[in-house]
Design a protein around this ligand. Sequence first.
Ligand SMILES: C[S@@+](CC[C@H](N)C(=O)[O-])C[C@H]1O[C@@H](n2cnc3c(N)ncnc32)[C@H](O)[C@@H]1O
Length: 458
Amino acid sequence: MGRTQRKRNRNKVRNFRTCEECKEIVFFNSWLSKQGIRRNNKLVLAVFNETGRGVLTKKKIRPGEELMNLPLNLTINVTTILMDLQFCNIFLENTKLCLQHYKHSVTFQSLMALYLTYLKVQGSNSKWFLYLESLPKEYTTPYFLRGDILNYVDTDILAVISKQKDIINTSYCIFEEILSSTTSNDVTVKKLKDYFKMPIYEWAYFTVNTRCVFMDLTKVIDLINIQKSILNIICDNTKISLCPYLDMINHSPNARNETKLIVSSNIENIRIANLNNVLFTDVWFSIFTKNIFQPYSQVFICYGDSHNLKLITEYGFFLPNNELDFVSFSFESVDIFFRSQGIRLSQDQNLFISNHGLNKNLYIDLKGLSYNFYGLLMVVKYYYNRTMDVSRLLYSAAICSSNKDLDDIITPMVRDKLIKLKESIRKLESYMNQCVITNNCIALMSQYVNILEKFIKC
Ligand SMILES: C[S@@+](CC[C@H](N)C(=O)[O-])C[C@H]1O[C@@H](n2cnc3c(N)ncnc32)[C@H](O)[C@@H]1O
């Protein structure tokens, strides 16, 4: 086949457009090169019909190939924050003893979000300006849904949004207090006091949420003795990092990849007080793929095994035919249903249920009842049956086989859930100006309908 024919064939099936001529991307690419990124030269940024912006390979990629390799100082991680003394002074030069007063009170993700707003306020004076410009302007997680639409969204989605709102509101208030009591005279800090508003903080929070990668720096720096550093205010670990360009790669559940921190031998357990940028010019963060990618196809990585509830609420997208999806039921709602059917669990049954953890992880997926749900129904049906030993049954293979008698106990509850789901989907579909977020919620709720209908039919 000649070159022209090959090109024609390629064009016929194109499901993307490259963005090599887009000004923002040209600037971003040349900034990345100046900062010392080493990337596979087969890769370019493109916009795909199915997934939006992502990474395209122009030539075949084979298992074991490195996709890119970033010097540590081209990523925004815990050391970036600790080495930014003006930023740290927001907390250290303060009328409040912030490190004690706010000890363990915010997540590292929240601190990263504050740091992003601090970088953003610096505009083109920041080293990260072109990176920040390359980021999406808005996100498609249901957190951003309008209040009236939320009335029809499934309770599982609402529960995640509610947790996110809690974390974001609490940390926002804490940062507002800290900013109002800082005595730092730094110009950027002064600007940040006016600039720090909820919408920009929410944008920053979801930038971190949707784009961070796992990066463990515990061998490189001493993160045990942190009492005198601003890390004293965080309540979890610091193992996330923003990695320009790497964070342009979209997710596929079939992708397999590995990351590696390449560190020269003399860099080990550095104390926070001794951190400096030069040390990290020789630490690299590298990502390899274990897949084959054909020429002119999209390159994917896997963000972790994820069901759609997680994908839509944390990342803002939905994957059709996701085998990992499930419909969950709280023990409280199941117990209310039992009572409505005249089933009252005795004290002994309740004790058995909680001792065996059968009041948690109650769900139905495409394969049927979860182990715990099955166990719970066994307790309901056979606990007082002298010919059955429920404890033994729980640990035997019998638990996994389907049992129509047990399924039938909860069929009315499942039917009821189906009616509610379908009614909510109908309401959501009737909204004018459908957006990606509502469509994702509808897609997930329709998947729940599939799962429950399959359960009833079996
Ligand atoms: C790490 S970023 C990847 C780059 C991103 N597409 C961009 O334009 O900057 C993660 C985000 O990409 C999108 N994404 C990732 N994988 C996807 C997929 N398989 N389908 C649709 N969107 C996807 C989601 O919006 C997600 O929050």
